[in-house]
Design a protein around this ligand. Structure first.
Ligand code: HEM
Length: 219
């Protein structure tokens, strides 16, 4: 695909270096992040069976065909599951910024040029911002529930001019992937814990065992 693309302004083909950089972006920014989101969502559904049934029902209602982007509107509960998974287990646990001018945050002076880290994981688990932050509760993202929430309280894809460029693609992939799996398979999580580590992005620290079977009737 990249080999056929040309720059709309100059008409030039992509250089090998440019193609390499794009592929690296997909591999490093796009692969593990989405994989962790799917794995964590499945683990949660594997221990919250009623939620899993609800996802299975809305996916089955679409019919027995490949799910596509236009189905997202018919998968509202699956969307809530993915949002709550991204809150509890944000694959990008931190975001980095350099202060472009002197600023004061919460009484602390930050001089221009300072490198800062935003603790996204901590923000998503802060009990002063979320009721029962350690509880997996997709209803936090039910229609209307996010209206009074600050834009800066939930940042799985970051924010501002350098926000994630793959956020829509990632949501699409995670929602359709999750619905496709749960429509066909029943998942039972065998462990109560989802251990994580952060070699770069946040990933599962080891295998997350589950018992998986064919879903008899996706009613
Ligand atoms: C669930 C999946 C994903 C999550 C949670 C995620 C999260 C993030 C976050 C938090 C940032 C930093 C934003 C900021 O500093 O404000 C970021 C940047 C980025 N992401 Fe994603 N991402 C995901 C999937 C993807 C995918 C699928 C792609 C590419 C296809 C992608 C490409 C990028 C790129 C290129 C940047 C750097 C943007 C820039 O610096 O201008 N991401 N992502």
């Amino acid at each position: 695909m990249f080999f056929e693309l040309t720059d709309p302004v100059t008409g030039r083909a992509f250089s090998d270096e440019k193609i390499r950089d794009e592929l690296l972006a997909f591999l490093f920014a796009g692969h593990d992040t989405t994989a962790t989101t799917l794995a964590y969502s499945l683990w949660q559904l594997g221990r919250n069976r009623e939620m899993q049934e609800r996802v299975a029902r809305e996916a089955a209602a679409i019919g027995d065909r490949l799910l596509r982007a236009s189905d997202i509107g018919d998968l509202p509960y699956t969307v809530q599951i993915v949002h709550e998974s991204l809150r509890m287990c944000p694959p990008a646990a931190t975001a980095a910024r350099m202060a472009m001018r002197d600023v004061e945050v919460d009484g602390y002076r930050i001089p221009a040029g300072t490198n800062t880290i935003v603790g996204t994981y901590a923000l998503h688990h802060d009990p002063s911002l979320w009721d029962e932050p350690e509880k997996f509760d997709p209803d936090r993202f039910a229609p209307g529930q996010s209206v009074d929430r600050s834009r800066w309280q939930y940042l799985p894809f970051g924010g501002g001019p350098r926000t994630c460029i793959g956020d829509h693609f990632a949501m699409l992939e995670a929602i359709l992937g999750l619905a496709s799996v749960v429509r066909k398979l029943e998942v039972e999580s065998l462990h109560d814990d989802f251990p994580v580590k952060t070699p770069f992005t946040l990933v599962a620290a080891g295998p997350v065992p589950a018992r998986v079977g064919t879903r008899a009737v996706a009613a």
